[in-house]
Design a protein around this ligand. Structure first.
Ligand code: 13P
Ligand code: SF4
Length: 336
């Protein structure tokens, strides 16, 4: 028996940090983590970022193994962009309520009912839905990508109705919205947020665009997790109210320890309902086992991967460059 497995497979006595470090070198692995991961996972990661940063990193790494500490659609994105690499996810049940809200067959039927619309789709969706979409966006790239689409082009935006609604209000463009929500951002309470603001007059509210409009209406800044982190560092205010998943506060406290960061509250003012239950499935123990066994692994049928890659490649090109949609080939109105 491998001594590091301990008795009966128990990990009691295993120095997880040291073992993860050893395996990372042995496997030539890179550990990518989202800001919503537990602090100990953030601290051991090689790279932490928002969804766009993590996609770019997954596409560019020369590691043999990507250990993705985030949720399944993020690890799938890494596999789509780097098929030759082994991509492991510590817990394969780490899903996303937005992905669950958008089954591919229903999305395909919605597209078919609106043949003159292109599908601009949030990255928080399955590989199948990416394959049915024209262009993928993240919260940090959506506005730039939208600005490159001709104004007379009709658009379906899914699966997050709040991000889509925020973009529509901000850019003045009407879009057909798929009715999905993030259960984490949906749980913030406007009443409790107003109480918190009254207790901390002058403290700006930084909010993620996955929040509903009645929360965004009270925000001084709206942006992706990376943008919220940058705001927390650069604002003159020494107290910031943070309306996104609270694990990001770990990076804020590390970067600017003299400032105070307060997580926006849920309905009873004091619940844990803003912790993403999917992200929370990943643990140091599961990361260690995943690196040790190279399982659970993301596998994908090649035809699906190539279809999903088209819409992701469009995102990466449009998020970085000043190319218009026409430069990237015609949109797949039928999603094929
Ligand atoms: P970003 O990190 O891209 O802002 O996304 C937030 C999120 O909810 C990821 O699931
Ligand atoms: Fe999905 Fe929301 Fe969790 Fe992000 S925070 S993974 S959008 S459920």
């Amino acid at each position: 028996m491998d001594a590091r497995r301990g008795m009966g497979g128990s990990l009691v006595g295993v120095d997880l940090r040291a073992e993860i470090d050893r395996l990372r070198k042995e496997r030539n692995a890179v550990i990518l983590a989202h800001y919503y991961q537990k602090p100990e996972i953030q601290d051991i990661a090689d790279f932490i970022g928002d969804s766009l940063d993590l996609s770019r990193k997954a596409a560019a790494t020369d590691a043999d193994v990507i250990a993705f500490c985030g949720v399944r659609f993020m690890a799938e994105t890494a596999k789509i962009l780097s098929p030759e690499k082994i991509v492991i996810l510590p817990d394969m049940d780490a899903g996303c309520s937005l992905e669950d809200s958008c089954p591919p067959d229903k999305f395909a039927a919605f597209r078919a009912a609106h043949p003159d619309h292109i599908a601009l789709t949030y990255i928080n969706c399955s590989a199948e839905v990416k394959a049915l979409s024209d262009i993928i966006v993240t919260s940090s790239s959506a506005e730039k990508i939208l600005s490159q689409i001709p104004r007379d082009q009709k658009i379906i935006f899914g699966p997050d109705k709040h991000l889509g609604g925020y973009m529509a209000r901000k850019t003045g463009r009407e879009m057909l919205l798929w009715p999905g929500v993030c259960i984490v951002h949906e749980a913030f309470s406007e009443t409790e947020l107003l109480k918190l603001k009254a207790q901390h007059p002058g403290a700006p509210v930084a909010a993620h665009p996955e929040c509903p409009p009645h929360v965004l209406d009270h925000a001084d800044m709206v942006g992706s997790t990376s943008a919220i982190l940058e705001f927390a560092k650069s604002t003159d205010s020494d107290t910031v109210i943070v309306a996104t998943e609270p694990h990001i506060i770990h990076q804020m406290e590390k970067a600017v320890p003299h400032k105070t960061f307060i997580g926006a509250p849920g309905a009873d003012g004091n619940c844990n309902c803003n912790i993403c239950p999917y992200m929370a499935l990943n643990t140091m123990e599961k990361l260690y086992i995943a690196l040790r066994d190279l399982e659970p692994r993301i596998e994908m049928e090649e035809g699906l991967r190539l279809r999903a890659k088209k819409s992701l490649d469009r995102m990466l090109a449009m998020a970085s460059a000043t190319v218009g949609m026409g430069d990237l080939g015609p949109a797949r109105v039928t999603g094929d």
